[in-house]
Ligand binder design. Structure first.
Ligand code: DAH
Length: 352
């Protein structure tokens, strides 16, 4: 029996030494010390041994048990150490390597420009209001005094989504929505995307406008001029001048196109100015006094017809203006081609 024990013990120490990892070591432990392990099996036979021999064999068995346990413990420690070192090696981080710089996003130039303009007008009491891009044909045209036979209704320009439903071709319907909702006083800016079936170097099928509207008692053309002069100075620099040229828009009367003096050559008209092409002026928007027809369409009762009594909205007038955000962004940031704004090229946008 002692021989058997010695053989088991010797083999066990060998197996422990050769165990390559902690899993294997655990298997070895079970095969020797487990309930059905080699050592335990031998000790089960102790009952058949004479009483004199029993303590001797028991002593040898206990010695082997202790040796095996010690050996297991040592091997476990060294395997754990090996495992730890392996991990430290493979997961090592070299903190001296320069990190990869993440690309930082930025707001789109159109968003930046819109925000700048909104901010300028907020200084003089304009709120922001928005309307739907999918608009009724009625609000987009009829309600802003563009009758059914007006060329602007041409299928070539307008995206029709269904009978009586269009993608709005301008932000002027938002002005009509504000008038209907708020009556007066109204002082709002309406930024948003608009759509026209047009696509070339200077036209995009989707672009952005900002509409402005101010309605109150006694608003005059000079208020329009003062407001736009304020915008021009804030946007293009304080020496910037504006000029109004008579023009026609169905929703205003009188109507005007508004130019700003060239911020590049400062109206020192020279053929070499690339920004204004030598004219000294840059057209930036359309504007005018809100057409009486729009007051009617929006349900302001002026009361002067019929009974002759003063209407609730007697004396209320207003001005409106509308500008293309892309055009202003291109002027401000000197972007040469409209299409650049929609190509999403990071080399362009990382400059802003
Ligand atoms: N709605 C016009 C357009 O799409 C722009 C415009 C011109 C708006 C004159 C106005 C205005 O409010 O008074 O081109």
């Amino acid at each position: 029996m002692i021989e058997k024990l010695n053989a088991i013990g010797g083999q066990a120490l060998n197996d422990i030494e050769n165990a390559a990892d902690l899993d294997r070591l655990e298997q070895v432990r079970i095969s020797i010390l487990g309930k059905k392990g080699a050592l335990s099996e031998v000790l089960k036979g102790l009952g058949g041994v004479s009483p004199q021999e029993r303590p001797v064999i028991g002593g040898v068995a206990n010695d082997w048990k202790r040796k095996v346990e010690d050996s297991l413990e040592n091997r476990r420690k060294s395997l754990q150490e090996i495992e730890l070192n392996r991990k430290l090696q493979s997961e090592k981080i070299d903190i001296s390597i320069p990190s990869r710089m993440p690309h930082r996003g930025s707001l789109h130039v159109i968003t930046q420009t819109t925000r700048r303009i909104v901010q300028i007008f907020s200084k003089i009491g304009f709120d922001v209001t928005t309307g739907p891009e999918v608009e009724t044909e009625y609000l987009n045209f009829e309600a802003v005094n563009i009758p059914a036979d007006h060329p602007a209704r041409d299928m070539q320009d307008t995206f029709f989504l269904g009978p009586g439903v269009v993608l709005r071709t301008h932000t002027s319907p938002v002005q009509m929505r504000a008038m209907r909702r708020q009556k007066a006083p109204v002082r709002v800016l309406c930024p948003g995307a608009v759509y026209r079936a047009d696509d070339d170097a200077t036209h995009s099928p989707m672009f952005h406008q900002i509409e402005g509207l101010w309605i109150d008692r006694g608003v005059k053309m000079s208020d329009l001029k003062g407001t736009l002069q304020f915008l021009a100075a804030e946007l293009f620099g304080k020496e910037t001048r504006i000029r109004l040229r008579p023009s026609y828009f169905p929703f205003v009367e009188p109507g005007a196109e508004v130019d700003v003096s060239c911020f590049q050559c400062r109206t020192r008209v020279s053929d070499t100015c690339r920004v204004c092409k030598g004219t000294g002026w840059l057209e930036i928007l359309g504007a005018g006094m809100v057409h009486p027809r729009l007051f009617e369409m929006a349900g302001y009762s002026n009361g002067t017809s019929g009974s002759g009594e003063l209407g609730e909205w007697e004396g209320y007038t207003g001005f409106a203006f509308g500008m293309g955000v892309e055009r202003i962004a291109m002027l401000l940031y000197q972007i040469p081609d409209l299409r650049l704004l929609f190509q999403g090229d990071i080399r362009l946008f990382s400059q802003f």
